[in-house]
Design a protein around this ligand. Structure first.
Ligand code: NAD
Ligand code: UGA
Length: 434
């Protein structure tokens, strides 16, 4: 079975590499020649733990190739995955499907009969049916199957998530599509990973509902943190205890500066927009979207207030990526918070282990540093925004001695009481007593 993977971003590259690891012949296509040249040279284009070894092995074994030539690849493929971006459309928050439509048109022109076309990108309900009609119109009389196969991997643990998912969701409109999916996921199937075979529409809704629920859970605990701060509670103790109830579950209960990333923000907006469009208002998620936006602003306000109170001029920001173990900065809280600090007249020094290159393109006026210790030098406030492991065991006495001030904002609750003993730092965290 030959697999074509259209789009080699975070999802396409990881999925393509992992399908090759399953033993299939995989051709990854991207329209960006710079990405393909680097991949052809054996260079991994994203930072994702474990990906380089798998890519190297499968490329050397000849099961994994990279090209910009979509038409030739598709003409020879049995299963064609679409993993292109579905960003937010400016203004209304709806998902922008232009890349899906463009890829579908190119596939339609080149596919062989009986091809199975699988949308792996996150797409709003109705998209698979629309794309199916679009392809049928472009190639009348040519048989093909349409499959919706949303992806649930997380950045930073994408390889592990792809190889060991909680479940695989497959939406189909015919049996040929279901059979093809059972074949491509056979290694997981053999390991008894549940495979939900359902309709195209259900698969699309499942993906958005899952992300919306997780984003809601994070937003919920962030508001509990606010309550804890006012009432003298400790959000970590509360989260631990409520999470022990299996009906609630312990995951996604870490309070922080608000969720970011390439998916939760855009997917919650698109889900809310779909609800409005279909006259089925998703009011909870509408609230989640606005509470999260406000949260990032209020985190910046906390820092600005402290800076004004103590006459601080310079802030050291540790962590720009939206979460650890990724170089992705899309909709990271840092991108909202840093410009607000600068607007308030504060100088920003920053460090991130992997995201600096991406961040330099969108943030201006930041002094980039090679290490956390270099960043805190001369700063009146240190602001920990991403819980990278390198920031989990900082020598806080050294941090305090390098700073020209003594305030530490730990918006990921990485440190606690005894870590601060003897450092002289004024410590602020999220939802916990000072
Ligand atoms: P991305 O922006 O990292 O990558 C998309 C790639 O597709 C780009 O490299 C682009 O050049 C390429 N592309 C666009 N049109 C093309 C075409 N016609 N032919 C060939 N290549 C084309 O996107 P991503 O983060 O991998 O996300 C892809 C989809 O997967 C989105 O719908 C997203 O919501 C979903 N998703 C993402 C994640 C994640 O962790 N990033 C997880 C689950 C689902
Ligand atoms: C998320 C989902 O977890 C994946 O299942 C999904 O496939 C993916 O979106 C997607 O559709 O793209 P990802 O964005 O990579 O994955 O990362 P998460 O670990 O979910 O974190 C998202 C944001 O929420 C981050 O900013 C993170 O810091 C924040 N978060 C997460 C918290 O603030 N607290 C938590 O307890 C968990």
């Amino acid at each position: 079975m030959k697999i074509a993977m259209i789009g080699t971003g975070y999802v396409g590259l990881v999925s393509g590499v992992c399908f090759a690891e399953f033993g299939f012949q995989v051709t990854c296509v991207d329209k960006n020649p710079a990405i393909i040249e680097r991949l052809q040279a054996g260079e991994v284009t994203i930072f994702e733990p474990g990906l380089d070894d798998l890519l190297d092995r499968n490329a050397k074994d000849g099961r994994l190739v990279f090209t910009t030539d979509l038409a030739t690849t598709v003409a020879d493929a049995d299963v064609i995955f679409i993993a292109v971006g579905t960003p937010s459309r400016r203004g209304d928050g709806e998902a922008d499907l232009q890349y899906i439509h463009a890829a579908a048109d190119e596939i339609a022109a080149a596919m062989k009969p009986d091809a199975v076309i699988v949308i792996k990108s996150t797409v709003v309900v109705g998209t698979n049916a629309d794309v199916r009609a679009r392809i049928a119109k472009a190639r009348p009389g040519v048989a093909f199957s349409m499959v919706s196969n949303p992806e649930f991997l997380r950045e930073g643990s994408a390889v592990e998530d792809f190889l060991r998912p909680d479940r695989v969701v497959v939406g189909v409109h015919d049996e040929a599509g279901a059979i093809a999916m059972r074949r491509v996921y056979r290694p997981l199937y053999l390991r008894e990973t549940p495979m939900i075979v359902t309709t195209l529409e259900n698969a699309e809704i499942i993906k958005y509902a899952a992300n919306a629920f997780l984003a809601m859970k994070v937003t919920f605990i962030n508001e509990v943190a606010d309550l804890c701060e006012k009432a003298g509670g400790n959000v970590q103790d509360v989260a631990r205890a409520i999470g022990m109830d299996n009906r609630i579950g312990s995951k996604f209960l870490h309070a922080g500066p608000g969720f970011g990333g390439s998916c939760f923000p855009k997917d919650t907006r698109a889900y809310a927009a779909t609800g409005r469009k279909l006259d089925a208002p998703q009011t909870l998620i509408e609230q989640v979207v606005s509470i999260n936006e406000q949260r990032k602003r209020s985190m910046a306000e906390r820092v600005i207030e402290a800076a004004q109170k103590h006459g601080v001029k310079s802030v050291a920001v540790l962590g720009i990526a939206f979460k650890p173990n990724t170089d992705d900065i899309r909709e990271s809280p840092a991108l909202d918070i840093i410009p607000l600090l600068q607007k308030a007249g504060l100088t920003v020094r920053a460090h991130d282990p992997e995201a600096r290159t991406a961040a330099e393109q969108v943030l201006s006026g930041v002094n980039w540093c090679k290490s956390a210790y270099e960043a805190v030098e001369g700063a009146g406030i240190t602001l920990l925004l991403t819980e990278w492991n390198v920031y989990r065991a900082l020598d806080l006495k050294r941090v305090a001695s390098l700073m020209d001030g003594n305030i530490l904002f730990d918006l990921r609750n990485v440190y606690s009481g005894q870590d601060l003993d003897g450092t002289g730092l004024e410590y602020h965290s999220v939802g916990r007593p000072l």
